[in-house]
Write a protein that binds this ligand. Sequence first.
Ligand code: AFP
Length: 327
Amino acid sequence: MKRLLPTLRADQTSESLISVINTIHIAAKEISFRLHQGALAGVLGSTLDENIQGETQKKLDVVANQLLKTLLLESPNVHAIASEEEDSIVVSPNSGHYLVAFDPLDGSSNIDINGSVGTIFSILRKPEGEETGESMFLQPGKAQVAAGYIVYGPATMLVMTTGKAVRTYTLDQTVGEFLLTRETAEIPRSTREFAINMSNQRHWAPPVKEYVEDLLKGETGPRKKNFNMRWNAAMVSDVHRIITRGGLFTYPWDDRNGKKPFKLRLMYEAAPMALLIEKAGGKATDGYQRILDIVPTDIHQRVGVVLGSASEVDKCMDYHAKHPKPF
Ligand code: AFP
């Protein structure tokens, strides 16, 4: 069974990038260990704090963020980090060439119910000659040199790309190593499965209402086939299912809160997942345009997301094209 580092070398990933990825997987192994200890490690439950997104932080959000932050800032190859849990970027005392954006613990509402959660990461090169500051991070997703996630489920799995294949590794708890368990992910073009939080139905814009209504009509409706639905409340698990067997995932615009019409974060969630999905043969859009082309204006920017099996994403975009943009 192949180990993580030799496979990255085989992909001709540079030694400095391998070292950054290695740092992330060391943090992931520690997060995985603490998660699997659960109540025994005293890590369940919430803190009294809110993060920059105005969300109550779980104890494990804080632990995971601190682990990634500390290890990455010690790396000689990292210049700065941006985290969903930090107000602003944190610059390393080392002058490395890489910028790392991450969501330390995605789907944290699943922690206390022993459900799957994950870590998502995105690695960018520090632009040549750019002064140190937040603007270094404001690069479109297509500029990512590597992206991936770790899903902490019944098994801990790492799915990542350095721009070539999307490889899947499984953490062998007996030796503490990520071992290659799938050489190349290939998302089927069509699907009969979709993922959306249906409780927001009344708040969606017309294209999403119409699209989902037609899916629910099944064989006798315009789509002429029955669809199944799944929702894990952790993007990592929903995307992992799509990387494994196809499907469509969407978290669209909605009008629940005028100040927050989108839920998912561009730099910590949408862009890294979009790179993985595209490299695995799927599509990732905001309903109107490719996510990887969006140039962020703010590190904590949120965005609508429609991703997954290519022909289903195209179908969903057709519904969007028939209506004016709600934003
Ligand atoms: P948290 O990490 O704050 O729990 O949010 C998870 C998430 O950003 C994404 O991973 C899920 O797909 C989505 O939010 C779940 O949203 P709902 O709470 O609306 O189900």
